[in-house]
Ligand binder design. Structure first.
Ligand code: NAD
Length: 381
């Protein structure tokens, strides 16, 4: 493929993280589908180079965040936005939202390239899609950035509380992960309570540290790891009883009941699964499965995997609520339904003899197909 933006490795610098979509994203059970629309956006003066991908509008306007990331190549950015937008369609479908799946990537280093002009230029492209795509925060973008984009577009959510927005989406992301974990405990132990269970949390950033709060409140024993020493210290100041270990290898070797990946993607690789003591995996990170087939390895070892995009949908539920005028109680009540959805997926997985990740994909595809089809009913003039 010819680069639309004429990017080279030299232009963008190295990819510095690994939280890009992997083969383990939603929709790996077979149906990849075709994206409805992919838009390349460029503005020479501000330096904007962005790609907006709309996977599906079967359930309503597509919704998904904007990732600002120093991709090594345009192909890497395109691959990421295609995977991420498809994953959003599955996530939004199972979150019960009237939204399809979309996502955008801005190519660049946010610490160097993010300017008011660039964000506003991007906002005009979002506006030009007439509401087919609604944007929000993702890696490299924050609520303050959404406030700036919203000066050029009505189709923006995840703004700051001061501007009528839902604010930090990690609040309900963590709450939803906790609900998913309660469902997993119910399925495995016959009780949703995590009291007395030992939970290992990898990554105690925005989502992870809030998850620790819920777990401690419920009476769980918690052990954490994070590459950032300050993040660990923050948790231990709040909860001195929380233990800390050096890294993921040490965490999974601990006698833990639940492993909660809340750092970057790809935590569940062959080695992690082989060395795992936990009976449940349930965490907030996106794209936890390092490659297709890991979901089966987990199932073969008797480890219950709560699909990432099901249990981490509290954040998108929070920002979707903002579109109707934000109400935290209403959004929290919707995020609480993640408990029922997760239990339902475990039940279908058992009935159909497939891993929960496959059952989740099937359920999402069914909703997109069945609800999407009602649009064929003619409404009259
Ligand atoms: N914030 C949200 O609302 C939201 C919603 C859905 C999914 N997610 C996903 O949840 C994950 C965490 O998001 P966040 O908003 O908390 O990000 P964050 O950057 O605030 O936190 C991530 C934490 O993981 C740590 N970390 C990075 N690499 C690590 C490693 N190898 N081992 C241990 N710790 C490591 C970081 O130091 C940081 O403290 C991401 O995968 C994100 O895509 C977040």
């Amino acid at each position: 493929m010819t680069d639309v933006f004429g990017l080279s490795h030299k232009d963008t610098g190295p990819v510095t993280g690994n939280d890009v979509s992997t083969a383990g994203s939603a929709g790996t059970s077979g149906t990849q589908g075709v994206h409805e629309q992919v838009v390349f956006c460029a503005d020479e003066h501000s330096g904007l180079r962005a790609i907006i991908a709309i996977y599906s509008t079967a359930l309503g306007p597509s919704l998904g965040g904007t990732r600002f990331y120093p991709y090594a190549s345009e192909q890497a950015a395109l691959a990421d936005v295609l995977n991420l937008s498809r994953a959003m369609a599955y996530k939004n479908a199972l979150a019960g939202l009237d939204h399809g799946g979309g996502k955008a990537v801005i190519i660049g280093d946010p610490s160097r390239d993010k300017t008011e002009a660039l964000l506003r230029a991007y906002g005009r492209f979002v506006q030009s899609l007439g509401g087919r795509y609604l944007t929000a925060c993702d890696v490299g973008t924050y609520s303050e950035d959404m406030d700036v984009i919203a000066r050029e577009s009505r189709y923006v959510t995840g703004r700051t509380v001061a501007n009528g927005g839902a604010g930090d989406s990690s609040i309900l992301t963590a709450y939803g992960v906790f609900q998913g974990m309660r469902a997993a405990a119910e399925h495995v132990y016959g009780t949703p309570s995590l009291r007395g269970r030992r939970v290992g949390v990898e990554g105690v950033g925005k989502v992870g540290h809030r998850l620790v709060d819920h777990l401690v409140e419920d009476g769980a024993e918690v052990v954490v790891c994070d590459v950032n020493e300050q993040a660990v210290e923050r948790v231990r100041r709040r909860h001195p009883q929380v233990a800390a270990v050096a890294g993921r290898a040490e965490l999974i070797a601990e006698p833990i009941d639940v492993f909660a990946p809340c750092a970057l993607g790809g935590s569940l690789d062959d080695d992690t699964v082989a060395g795992m003591n936990a009976r449940i995996v349930c965490g907030g990170a996106n794209n936890q499965l390092a490659h297709a087939g890991v979901e089966k390895q987990l199932a073969d070892r008797g480890i219950l995997y709560a699909p990432d995009y099901v249990v981490n949908s509290g954040g998108v539920i929070q920002v979707a609520d903002e579109i109707h005028g934000f109400n935290m109680d209403r959004a929290r009540a919707k995020a609480a339904q993640i408990y029922d959805t997760t239990l339902k997926i475990f039940r279908i997985a058992a009935e159909e003899g497939v891993p929960p990740a496959v059952a989740a994909d099937r359920l999402a595809e069914r909703r997109m197909s069945e609800v999407g089809r009602i649009r064929a009913i003619w409404l009259g003039q």
